[in-house]
Ligand binder design. Structure first.
Ligand code: 26Q
Length: 754
């Protein structure tokens, strides 16, 4: 018997072949826990506290097994007894504790911090339901609660509790911990807070619930808002629970390690992930003052300890709370926030940077920038836009605080875990070093004209496409043509990300095929996207895509060449299946609007070519791979910003002048669509295109059609060169490892102890 066989059958108290997958899963949970405990290392010097309302960690079993070096043993052991790793993975519920990019980034960062052997924990909330479960009924998104807790989760209940005062009443926050295993690195923790009194039976129809009693509902749900703002009060309650318990935990740990709190910044680096945890600033100041530290000194300590990351330039996503909300929920913080506002007003003439404005609105981002020592954007272009336009008045005050940290992704999940075949192949070519030092991927470029290598790379892509097709056949009953080009757009549904531009292209292709202009290759357009439940137009876009998908499927003339597949309930688990199967990665946001994007990096790493605008990290991807190895189109961010600035964009003019645009837009309310879809949704979307089109879809339409058709033709007529360019993309993906990003944060901002 191997060691793993002994361990597994020992836990289950029976032969592995006779164990259920649940039993094996529980046994592995214990084995992983034990092994990861051995890697907890003492903390010297500064420790990172990454505080975030979202950690979109995804399933952990395989990831932990890989990071602990157990994966191959477990897989072999299971297979020897007729069990499959894939079925075992099915047992684990996915913790979807995030909306999208920001939450997933936090999860990648924790992996990299532990992998680089840095001391650093996450602080967040233990939501009972993660992001809603999505399914489609009658062409519409339907939301159901996503219960993920219940025996099979990794969050270990601890005996640590902290008192938290909300709206003047006392509550008790309990700490739960999830071990974060680094790849051949140390073990850190994700600390999640919760109340013991939450009542899941409050959840009614769908995702509605009784919002009155916070003792029962506070952590029931992750807000599915992604920039729409609803349920505001409850959101502040949630944020303060996290911030207050987190702050107490930080101070307790630092004091245990010898801090007298005057020297807090020698013990702690607090990274504020967007504005959601911003109350950590006044809360820290408040608690330091309670420990007899003078207010001005407390402000100084906190400013040196905390740093802020901005993830968005969409004004509506920057949190601003009416003062009376904060007065209701966190009256104890208001005197601190007022004093901070006074400090700003006494030092800074420009009232546009005030924390509390003339309308009694509290601007969380303003407090962050004034009272932390670092403000960073998440891609080079994004940081430039912050400095030069969105946050220019702050940049002029504090040029030294502004810095860029281009996002990254963990290669352990987004290559090793999700694409084992490609990983093994890369390893056979350049050795295993790239798993820890991603820059070594560059060595792959040596094989760019090696026919055998390219042939094998193409075969792996084909295998992954077949695997995706099989999974979709099994889960959604659709049949895919693996010989078609797979173009994937997976990300939150938002107008600025412009799934509606893709929609117009698909309608255009429908007309072209009908009129005998056949495309160079068959195309499968794959979507994965959730729309915030209250985001009407986003839901209309989903409806239009689902309806168009039916229209095409029912038309044999067109369906030979074109298919639309909308994947239900897009989440981390689905992404892991989609990304390795992608040929063309759709990154088509309106230039200047996507802060970075991280899906773009995952697709590139897995050998897809990017079709994108010069936005977010696409700009750096284009730099890295060179013009010939990416399909760039559309207006530049400067053009877009100018158009917004002079208010010169008029959608109707584009609609009226361009017959192709008009034909595509009007198709939405034509008889083919109306016979299958809902007039209410389709008409609203049609009118939105002509009357508003706030994210300037129409000016980019023709350039998008041309570039996408170019990609189809390159794919069809020069597949060898396509694969060569895919290899170049993989070889240049090293920069986008979150290990590089974290090393930069540490070098410039955190200076953590080792
Ligand atoms: C704000 C106010 C009220 C309610 C909800 C919110 C809210 C919730 C979630 C605002 C924003 C978010 C999430 C933002 C997000 O995911 N941003 C993405 O962050 C990624 C990581 O940096 C970037 O790559 C993406 O470009 C950016 O869109």
């Amino acid at each position: 018997m191997t060691e793993m066989e002994i361990a597994l059958s020992g836990y289950c108290k029976k032969d592995i072949a006779h164990c259920t997958y649940e039993e094996l899963y529980t046994a592995l949970l214990h084995i992983v826990e034990e092994k990861s405990r051995q890697r907890i290392a003492p903390v010297k010097g500064r420790k990172l506290y990454y505080i975030s309302a979202e950690f979109l960690i995804g399933k952990l079993l395989s990831n932990n097994l890989i990071n602990l070096g157990l994966y191959d043993d477990v897989k072999a052991c299971l297979e020897a007894h007729g069990k499959s790793m894939a079925e075992l993975e099915e047992v684990e519920p996915e913790p979807s504790l995030g909306n999208g990019g920001l939450g997933r980034l936090a999860a990648c960062f924790l992996d990299s911090v532990a992998t680089l052997n840095l001391p650093g924990d996450g602080i967040g909330l233990r939501y009972h339901c993660g992001l809603f479960h999505q399914n489609f009924e009658n062409g519409l998104q339907n939301e159901r609660p996503d219960f993920w807790l219940g025996g099979h989760d990794w969050a270990v209940k601890t005996s640590k509790t902290y008192p938290v005062s909300l709206a003047g009443a006392d509550y008790t926050a309990r700490l739960y911990q999830i071990a974060v295993t680094g790849y051949e690195g140390r073990t850190n923790f994700l600390n999640l807070f919760d109340l013991d009194t939450i009542d899941e039976s409050l959840i009614g129809d769908g995702i509605s619930f009784d919002k009155t009693d916070i003792a029962k509902n506070l952590t029931l749900f992750l807000y599915p808002d992604d920039s729409d703002d609803a349920g505001r009060l409850l959101r502040i309650y949630q944020q303060y629970l996290m911030v207050s318990a987190g702050t107490q935990m930080i101070l307790e740990e630092c004091m245990e390690r010898g801090s007298d709190l005057h020297d807090l910044y020698d013990y702690a680096a607090v990274q504020i992930n967007d504005t959601h945890p911003s109350m950590v600033i006044p809360e820290l100041i408040r608690l330091l003052c309670e420990k007899d530290i003078d207010f001005d000194e407390a402000v100084e300590i906190v400013t040196r300890t905390c740093a802020y990351t901005n993830h968005t330039i969409l004004a509506e996503a920057l949190e601003k709370w009416p003062r009376h909300y904060l007065e209701t929920v966190v009256p104890q913080l208001m005197p601190v926030i007022e004093k901070l506002d006074m400090i700003v007003r006494s030092k800074v003439e420009d009232v546009s940077t005030a924390i509390i404005d003339a309308n009694n609105i509290v601007h969380m981002a303003h407090m962050d920038i004034h009272f932390t020592h670092s403000t960073n954007g998440v891609a080079a272009l994004h940081t430039e836009i912050l400095k030069n336009s969105e946050l220019n008045s702050f940049y002029r005050l504090y040029p030294e605080k502004f810095n860029n940290k281009t996002n990254g992704i963990t290669f352990r999940r987004w290559l090793l875990k999700c694409n084992p075949e490609l990983t093994a192949f890369i390893e056979s070519l350049i050795g295993p070093g790239f798993k820890k030092d991603a820059s070594l991927l560059e060595k792959l470029a040596d094989f760019a004209s090696d026919e055998k290598v390219l042939h094998q790379l193409a075969r792996i892509k084909q295998d992954n496409k077949r695997a995706l097709a099989q999974w979709l056949n099994h889960t959604q009953g659709v049949t895919l043509n693996p010989d078609s080009l797979f173009a994937i757009q997976s990300k939150r549904l938002h107008e600025y990300k412009r799934q509606q531009l893709n929609l117009l292209y698909l309608i255009h292709q429908y007309f072209e095929i009908k009129s005998g202009h056949l495309p160079a290759a068959p195309l499968t357009a794959i979507f994965g996207a959730k729309a915030a439940p209250a985001y009407t137009i986003a839901k209309d876009i989903i409806h239009a895509l689902l309806t168009l998908s039916q229209v095409i499927a029912a038309d044999p003339e067109v369906s030979k060449w074109l298919q639309i597949v909308f994947i239900e309930n897009y989440n981390v688990t689905a992404a892991e299946k989609m990304i390795p199967a992608c040929d063309l990665s759709e990154q088509i946001s309106l230039a200047s609007k996507e802060a970075s994007g991280t899906g773009n990096m995952k697709f590139m790493l897995n050998g897809a070519l990017t079709l994108g605008t010069m936005d977010g990290a696409n700009v750096e991807i284009a730099d890295a791979v060179g013009n010939g190895n990416i399909y760039i189109f559309g207006q530049s961010s400067a053009q877009v910003i100018r158009r917004y600035g002079n208010g010169s964009y008029c959608a109707r003019e584009w609609y009226e002048i361009d017959p192709n645009i008009r034909r595509a837009v009007d198709f939405l309310t034509g008889s083919e669509m109306l016979s299958r879809g809902s007039s209410e949704h389709l008409t609203r979307l049609h009118d939105e295109f002509i009357g508003k089109d706030w994210f300037q879809t129409l000016p980019d339409f023709n350039a998008y059609v041309v570039r996408k058709n170019q990609a189809l033709s390159d794919y069809a007529f020069n597949s060898y060169d396509w694969t060569r360019r895919a290899l170049i993309n993989i070889s240049r993906a090293g920069f986008f490892s979150s290990d590089r990003t974290i090393a930069e944060y540490n070098e410039d901002i955190w200076h953590l102890g080792v």
